[in-house]
Write a protein that binds this ligand. Structure first.
Ligand SMILES: [Fe+2]
Length: 185
C-alpha cells in the first residue's frame, strides 16, 4: 500500500484517499490504475503499455504527454549504484515526471515551499505525476525492484537539474546497512 511520511513531524498517512488529497493540494496527481488484461512477469513493453492504454491516452489528452516507455530496475541491474545515485540528489525537471508502477515500489521525496519535506512510497498500481520545476528526488528503496511506465512531454526524455542543496542527505538512508535495521526504510 502507498504510504506518505513526513519525517520531521513524525507523521504517516496510510489511507490512499488521504494521500491523494494531500498530494492534490500540492499539485501532484496521484491515481490508481488497473490493467485491462492480466500481464505476465515477462510481458513486453508493448503489452504493458497496451494493458493501460485508456489511462495513458487520457493523461496524454489532459496534460499533453506525447511519448511513453517502460523501464525496469532490479538488484541485478548493471551499475546499480550509479543508477541509484542519479536520482538521489534533490533536482527539478523542465517537464513533469510521470510514473506508473506496474510492479515493485519506490520512494518519491518532495521539498515543496510551504510544506515540510515528505515522501510517498508508491506501490504497484499507483500513478504519480511530479509537476515540472518541483524540487524532488527518488529512491529505489531497500528492495530495489520496480517496473514503471514513464510518460513524457518532451521526447528528449529525462534530464535532471540538480539543485545542489544537499537536503536529500538529511533524509536518505544508507542501504549498505542490512534491510530491517533502524536505518532502512
Ligand atoms: Fe526526477
Amino acid at each position: 500500500m502507498a504510504l506518505l511520511t513526513i519525517p520531521d513531524e513524525n507523521t504517516e498517512i496510510s489511507d490512499w484517499n488521504e494521500i491523494s488529497a494531500f498530494l492534490a493540494a500540492r499539485g501532484v496527481r496521484f491515481e490508481q490504475w488497473a490493467a485491462s488484461a492480466p500481464l505476465a512477469d515477462d510481458a513486453s513493453a508493448e503489452e504493458v503499455i497496451g494493458a493501460y492504454e485508456s489511462d495513458i491516452d487520457r493523461l496524454k489528452r489532459e496534460d499533453g504527454y506525447v511519448v511513453c516507455d517502460v523501464i525496469s530496475v532490479t538488484s541485478g541491474t548493471p551499475n546499480l549504484d550509479q543508477v541509484r545515485a542519479k536520482f538521489l540528489p534533490e533536482h527539478t525537471h523542465s517537464e513533469d515526471e510521470v510514473r506508473y508502477f506496474v510492479e515493485g515500489s519506490g520512494l518519491f521525496w518532495f521539498n515543496i515551499a510551504g510544506s515540510p519535506v515528505f515522501r510517498v512510497r508508491c506501490e504497484r498500481g499507483d500513478l504519480i505525476a511530479v509537476p515540472k520545476n518541483t524540487r524532488h528526488w527518488f529512491d529505489f528503496g531497500p528492495t530495489c525492484f520496480v517496473k514503471c511506465i514513464r510518460l513524457f512531454n518532451d521526447p528528449a526524455g529525462w534530464v535532471a537539474n540538480y539543485t545542489g542543496s544537499g537536503i536529500d542527505q538529511k533524509y536518505n538512508p544508507v542501504y549498505a546497512t542490512p534491510v530491517g535495521s533502524a536505518a532502512a526504510v
